[in-house]
Design a binder for this molecule. Structure first.
Ligand SMILES: NC(=O)c1ccc[n+]([C@@H]2O[C@H](COP(=O)([O-])OP(=O)(O)OC[C@H]3O[C@@H](n4cnc5c(N)ncnc54)[C@H](OP(=O)(O)O)[C@@H]3O)[C@@H](O)[C@H]2O)c1
Length: 256
């Protein structure tokens, strides 16, 4: 029986690193993917059974490297599509290269890695894929167009896969994890001062990942960690579109 393996993208910091520590505690062997190999190696050395795989998921060759690792891992039980980042500025004013990279990491990489993983998982009749989305996937905001729309794609993609899997009575599960503001390196990398965001909105990566893994045990397809964000998302989903658009327009000029 091959060892039970989890592959985590974006494992060099934040939510991905937290997934690595919590999954190691649940007895998973780990394959840790990101660009910063030194960080991955350091984390791997702290965990009982972990390996680093350096790959840039904004490139086709980087994605191929991880696809190959998935294809040669018969014990793969969990894929965590977590790598991601934000950009600043109005869509047409921000450099196109950054928007394209976001599309490649948030959409192309997730599509290709999930395709590679589900082939084996559905044949073996076991396994799961968690894709880290965001509460932003339920919303639109000026200055954040590609981020919100790429995260909305993750939610829709995951809900569609869930229909296909449940339609076949497959035990394989998929989850879109939709956190709100989480204390990680995300906002530093983006160049946004985290102090501008009200304190009560922040969650820890530990709480976010704990909710995700509890949701996985229950088979939840959309997981929004924290009661405050559950209430915000419920409001966004059930408000009439006209009311939501009025609220979004109030925020517009503060973001860009
Ligand atoms: N923090 C929040 O408030 C928040 C809220 C909602 C959703 N999220 C989502 O949570 C996920 C994890 O972000 P985080 O908050 O943990 O931020 P983080 O600490 O900045 O981690 C981002 C991870 O993604 C990896 N990554 C970025 N670009 C990559 C690329 N081209 N190829 C491979 N790996 C890449 C980074 O590794 P390298 O730089 O080493 O490649 C890093 O490990 C993202 O999908 C983000 O959109 C975050």
């Amino acid at each position: 029986m091959p060892r039970k393996l989890a592959l985590i993208t974006g494992a060099s910091s934040g939510i991905g690193e937290t997934f690595a520590r919590k999954l190691a505690a649940r007895g998973y062997a780990l394959l840790l993917v990101a660009r910063r190999e030194d960080r991955l190696q350091r984390l791997a050395s702290e965990l009982p059974d972990a390996e680093a795989l350096a790959a840039d998921l904004s490139t086709s060759s980087g994605i191929s490297k991880v696809e190959n690792a998935i294809a040669s891992s018969p014990g793969l039980e969990l894929l965590v599509n977590n790598a991601g980042f934000g950009t600043l500025g109005r869509f047409w004013q921000a450099p196109l290269a950054g928007q394209q990279q976001m599309l490649d990491v948030h959409i192309t990489a997730i599509m290709r890695l999930t395709h590679a993983a589900l082939r084996g998982m559905t044949e073996r009749g076991r396994g799961a894929v968690i894709s880290v989305s965001s509460v932003a996937g339920f919303n639109q905001s000026a200055g954040n167009v590609m981020y919100c729309s790429s995260k909305a794609w993750i939610n829709s993609f995951t809900l569609g896969l869930d229909l296909e899997l449940r339609g076949l009575n497959s035990p394989v599960r998929v989850q879109a994890l939709c956190p709100g503001f989480t204390v990680t390196e995300f906002h530093d990398t983006l160049g946004v001062n985290p102090n501008l965001i009200p304190r009560w909105l922040w969650m820890t990566a530990d709480d976010v990942v704990e909710d995700s893994l509890r949701g996985l045990d229950r088979g939840d397809v959309i997981v929004v960690p924290g009661w405050k964000y559950k209430a915000i998302v419920a409001g966004m989903r059930f408000l009439p579109m006209s009311a939501l658009r009025r609220i979004q327009k109030l925020r517009r000029d503060r973001r860009v």
